[in-house]
Design a protein around this ligand. Structure first.
Ligand SMILES: Cc1ncc(COP(=O)(O)O)c(C=O)c1O
Length: 350
């Protein structure tokens, strides 16, 4: 007999994927249950999923559900490149630091990385790697990969993305956007998803469901059909084709078919802003950059971090500088924030 083995009231600040599943998503999963449906995406939920993504990203958009964000990134980048190509990205990009080398190993890509203060590429930075086409000694730069919102809790403006897309396209490159937290960026910018993706030139993106309240699942969304080849074959070859796909698709329908995606992201962002307001002026703590999504980065004395980590889960981001990352999720409450902020203040005073 299964029994509950965790405290459902306990929430930490380590990652938005520590959160559970939004009740509306669980309802949708139950709705899709029962009976038989054709497997591998030929079910009625995956069929209607295309309309949901077209509503947000325009009539040319085509979504490919996958299991996770690493899979979305690797399959999408593979579909946009040849074996001899390279991908330009920020040093802090998830594809560079958090995927165990999967883009290199599975997709066989060379990553050309750039240091940034805020996780954001600029045309000036991209220029450093945008050269050498036709030179057989150099992996050919083919894709500029952005993350929105970034791994460092910042957001690109639509104008910034447009400038990067224009530059990439002028050089014959394509633009891929890792949207594990695209919903958080939309909430921050106050703009429809389309206005800072396909309207400004993004070719292919991932849309993150897991961090936005789903149980699991992300979608690769091809915005320009000419930018990606062989997606369905690459998805299977990369072990990202789910046989019971109806359960991934129905979650996306529940999330994106209403304003649930935006409500969840808006709430997560607001909880980070609340934490920011409560801790930014505390003596002994330095906020590293103004949060623009659902992550706050701060520098604390190591002994304070050590004591706090005995009470709450969160990650040390940089051992050398003492920078930590605090993340909020769709289910973080105001009381969670107030308790945590009070604990931070108390440990700083000790
Ligand atoms: C920016 C970004 N991209 C992609 C992912 C996807 O990761 P996963 O493979 O764990 O779903 C994450 C997860 O933390 C992320 O932060």
């Amino acid at each position: 007999m299964t029994e509950r083995r965790h405290d459902p009231e306990l929430r930490g600040f380590a990652s938005d994927n520590y959160a559970g599943v939004h009740p509306q998503i669980l309802d949708a999963l139950a709705l899709a249950n029962g009976g038989h449906q054709v497997s591998y995406g030929e079910d009625v939920y995956t069929e209607s999923l295309q309309q949901v993504f077209k509503h947000h990203f325009g009539p040319a958009a085509h979504a490919y559900p996958v299991f996770n964000g690493t899979g979305a990134n690797v399959v999408a980048l593979q579909s946009m490149t040849e074996r001899w190509d390279s991908v330009i990205c920020a040093e802090s990009a998830h594809i560079n630091v958090d995927e165990c080398g999967a883009p290199e190993k599975v997709a066989g890509l060379k990553l050309l990385t750039l240091p940034t203060p805020d996780g954001k590429l600029t045309p000036e930075l991209v220029d450093r790697h945008a050269w050498g086409w036709g030179d057989e000694h150099r992996a050919q730069p083919r894709v500029v990969a952005l993350t929105q919102s970034t791994e460092l809790g910042t957001c690109y403006t639509p104008e910034e993305i447009a400038a990067l897309c224009d530059q990439a396209h002028q050089h014959g490159m394509k633009v891929y956007l890792d949207g594990a937290r695209l919903a958080n960026a939309a909430a921050t910018l106050g703009l429809p998803l389309k206005q800072f993706t396909n309207d400004v030139g993004v070719d292919v993106l991932s849309f993150g469901g897991t961090k936005n309240g789903m149980m699991l699942g992300e979608a690769i969304v091809v915005l320009d059909p000419d930018a990606a080849r062989g997606m369905q074959f690459l998805r299977k070859a990369a072990m990202q084709l789910s046989s019971k796909m109806r359960f991934v698709s129905v979650q996306f329908e529940a999330l994106l078919g209403s304003d649930l995606w935006l409500r969840n992201a808006t709430h997560a962002n607001a909880m980070t802003q609340r934490l920011y307001a409560e801790v930014k002026d505390l003596p002994g703590l330095e906020v590293v950059r103004t949060p623009q999504a659902n992550a706050l980065f701060a520098i604390l004395p190591a002994e304070v971090t050590e004591r706090l980590q005995k009470r709450f889960r969160f990650y040390t981001w940089n051992e050398h500088t003492g920078e930590v990352r605090w993340m909020t999720a769709f289910d973080t409450t105001e009381a969670d924030i107030d308790t945590f902020a009070a604990a931070i203040a108390e440990e700083l005073r000790r």
